[in-house]
Design a protein. Structure first.
Length: 263
């Protein structure tokens, strides 16, 4: 009976961890222990079991864990993000190992881009540790601009309507029809978008490319750097092709995972 009680308690704790991860997204084990009032060794042991069974994924680029597509499929969580992070993490890690700069994977959520995966923890050039979960303004970030440049007309119209309703003063220059038409066309044609230091995050610049599957963006891949270290023309020349290559690899792996249905 004691053994059965212990098993039930472990199961209950494991389910609590899954529920917490489903709400919080990518989270470190220490945060789980603190929020749920569990000993850290217990959390690590349960996460190990959940990972072995395929219900959580440990990030290849930091110490965070998240629910897997298998777990997401049991509820209302969007499995797209979990699958995308699963295939993107090793590609991003390789990019940072080769080029040193940190890379971020972001997805569209409610008129913003939210960083789902990052290699800031791996990069010696990182200026922003702990970026996972950070929300980016869609009009004032390179990732958001890259996403908007490949949106279908109806989706783009709806997003712009949401942004106009928010009525943020910072967005107003970029909501002008002429700016949108000219710049989104340029970003679409060249296959990448840019953001300078005067638009968002002073003293830094960024470059982003969309991750396209079936002619739709499932996310964007971007790099950020201190503007003094490199101007935009240099960044484009050195890293635009490499980012596009990485994004294409992520898209291919993602499509393969979708077809196979593997968690």
């Amino acid at each position: 009976m004691a053994a059965n009680s212990e098993t039930v308690r472990a199961l209950a704790r494991g389910l609590n961890i899954l529920r917490y991860l489903n709400r919080a997204g990518a989270t470190r084990p220490g945060e789980i222990a603190s929020e749920l009032g569990l000993p850290r060794p217990t959390v690590y042991r349960l996460l190990h079991t959940l990972e072995e069974e395929g219900y959580v994924l440990c990030s290849a680029s930091d110490a965070r864990v998240r629910v897997s597509p298998l777990a997401a499929a049991l509820g209302d969580n969007v499995s797209v993000r979990s699958r995308l992070c699963q295939v993107a993490a090793p590609v991003m890690a390789e990019f940072t190992e080769t080029h040193a700069w940190p890379a971020d994977l972001s997805t569209y959520e409610d008129a913003h881009m939210v960083i789902q995966e990052s290699t800031h923890g791996r990069s010696p050039l990182s200026v922003d540790p702990g970026m996972v979960g950070f929300s980016l303004p869609i009009l004032r970030s390179s990732a958001g601009r890259a996403y908007l440049s490949v949106c279908g007309s109806r989706e783009l119209e709806m997003i712009i309507e949401l942004l106009r309703a928010e009525n943020l003063p910072e967005d107003m220059p970029f909501l002008r029809k002429r700016w949108l038409e000219e710049n989104l066309t340029i970003y679409a044609e060249q296959g990448y978008a840019t953001r300078g230091p005067h638009t968002f995050r002073p003293k830094t610049s960024s470059l982003a490319v969309p991750i396209l599957t079936d002619d739709r963006a499932v996310g964007c891949l971007s790099i950020i750097w201190v503007t003094k270290a490199m101007n935009m023309d240099q960044a484009i020349k050195r890293y635009a092709d490499a980012l596009q290559f990485a994004a294409a690899n992520i898209a291919t792996e993602y499509e393969t995972l979708e077809i196979s249905g593997r968690p």
